[in-house]
Design a protein around this ligand. Structure first.
Ligand SMILES: Cc1cc2nc3c(=O)[nH]c(=O)nc-3n(C[C@H](O)[C@H](O)[C@H](O)COP(=O)(O)OP(=O)(O)OC[C@H]3O[C@@H](n4cnc5c(N)ncnc54)[C@H](O)[C@@H]3O)c2cc1C
Length: 376
């Protein structure tokens, strides 16, 4: 009997479970994560409008694990001994493995001075709800929205959701007939924010900001924050409520993994999702750094594609075959504005932008329902 262990119950970890089963793998699978829950980040953007609650976004996985014969260990991984094939956790339990898929996600770099004054809603429900409650209580003022990347690994950023919060809150304030009481400003150290989506998308996003009277402050290095301001080398932005998404890095335990890390602090993976010089160890999703174009996104969709690849390669190795599956690089993103959406598609061959339409808002809602059906 082989012993496959997965770290993480997010998009990558759970897609790995489904793929192993689809490919006919019959033995029990062990999955380690703090809780038997999937948190569906993409719909956090609808929390300020009251369209999603914590319960809507947190999916209990007990039934899914039962159906797929997954033994769940409720723990946080703290380290790894790849020679001894052992995983250390924050409980007394040490977990041994023959094959391992690491899908433990990323975290945001919180080094800028005054970062405690900003809301980083992409860290989960609590900061998003706290931001939404503050906004609901305000009579007016300046709202600043921005994101930055990891200077050592520029692709490690989460910009898309900030555009969605920005446009969604603009729509929400208009619906509430109080947009005229607020000044909205978007800031980014990048002169062309959203460049990974493609040149047309940058133009379209900045065009939307102009159309909806959203000010921009672009191309200035960040210096920090204070209670009522964003400080940059190009001047300060007065702000009563700031939403900011810092650049990303790997989560803390990877520093104790002994595995090869990228400059930006992620576990290195190759085109087959293997961790170099670490037999039987695979990495997928936000925690990994992979070869590919500089626009390769840190997205749930990429985590899914990589998880399918890793699962298939593990099964090939167990059969004594070569791990020859390579993941496809693809960016699919609906930039939602609460009542409409703009679709961006990018692959090495194509880069398409579909204009803002109501149907893409419906498509995003349908996708959420359909995606989560498997886990309910
Ligand atoms: C607001 C928002 C909107 C987004 N919108 C989209 C979108 O529209 N489309 C899209 O494709 N992507 C979107 N994303 C990005 C997407 O959510 C991430 O890329 C995706 O969650 C990455 O999946 P993952 O499996 O790598 O990591 P995660 O989903 O972060 O899962 C990591 C898992 O590992 C667990 N874990 C963490 N540390 C440990 C540890 N030490 N030990 C054990 N387990 C651990 C966590 O509890 C979790 O279960 C959005 C993100 C945000 C925040």
């Amino acid at each position: 009997m082989s012993n496959i262990v997965i770290i993480g119950a997010g998009f990558g970890g759970l897609t790995a479970v489904k793929t192993l089963r689809k490919q006919g793998y019959k033995d029990a699978i062990t999955l380690i994560s703090p809780r038997p829950e999937l948190f569906y980040y993409p719909s956090l953007i609808w929390v300020p409008a009251g369209l999603r609650s914590q319960d809507d976004l947190t999916i209990n996985l007990d039934n899914f694990f039962k159906r797929h014969n997954v033994k769940h260990i409720a723990a946080s991984v703290t380290g790894l001994n790849s020679e001894a094939r052992e995983i250390q956790t924050n409980t007394d339990a040490t977990v041994s493995f023959d094959s391992l898929i690491i899908a433990s996600g990323g975290r945001f770099i919180k080094k800028l001075p005054g970062i405690e004054h900003v809301y980083t809603p992409c860290e989960g429900y609590a900061p998003t709800k706290a931001y939404s409650d503050r906004l609901a209580d305000m009579d007016g003022g300046t709202l600043a929205f921005g994101f930055a990347s990891n200077p050592k690994e520029p692709a490690a950023m989460r910009g898309g959701p900030i555009f969605e919060f920005l446009f969604g809150i603009d729509t929400l304030l208009r619906k509430q007939k109080r947009r005229d009481k607020f000044d909205l400003v978007f800031f980014s150290p990048a002169p062309e924010p959203g460049k990974r989506l493609g040149a047309k998308a940058v133009g379209a996003l900045l065009g939307e900001m102009k159309k909806y009277n959203i000010r921009t402050h672009l191309g200035h290095k960040m210096k920090g924050f204070s209670e009522n301001a964003v400080h940059t080398e190009g001047g300060d932005i007065q702000s009563d409520l700031t939403m900011f998404m810092p650049g990303m890095t790997g989560n803390p335990w990877v520093q104790n993994s002994g595995l090869p890390l990228s400059e930006g602090g992620f576990i290195q993976g190759d085109a087959q999702c293997r961790v170099p010089s670490s037999k039987g160890i695979y990495v997928v999703g936000d925690v990994g750094s992979f070869p590919g174009p500089d626009w390769m996104p840190k997205q749930a969709h990429m985590a899914d594609l990589q998880a399918e690849t890793a699962a298939k390669n593990i099964l090939a190795e167990l059969k004594g075959q070569a791990a020859s599956n390579e993941f496809k690089t693809e960016l699919i993103c609906i930039v939602d504005t609460l009542d409409k959406g703009m679709l961006v598609y990018r692959s090495p061959q194509k880069n398409r932008l579909m204009p803002k339409l109501r149907i893409f808002n419906w498509a995003k809602r349908f996708f959420e329902w359909n995606y989560l059906r498997d886990y309910r």
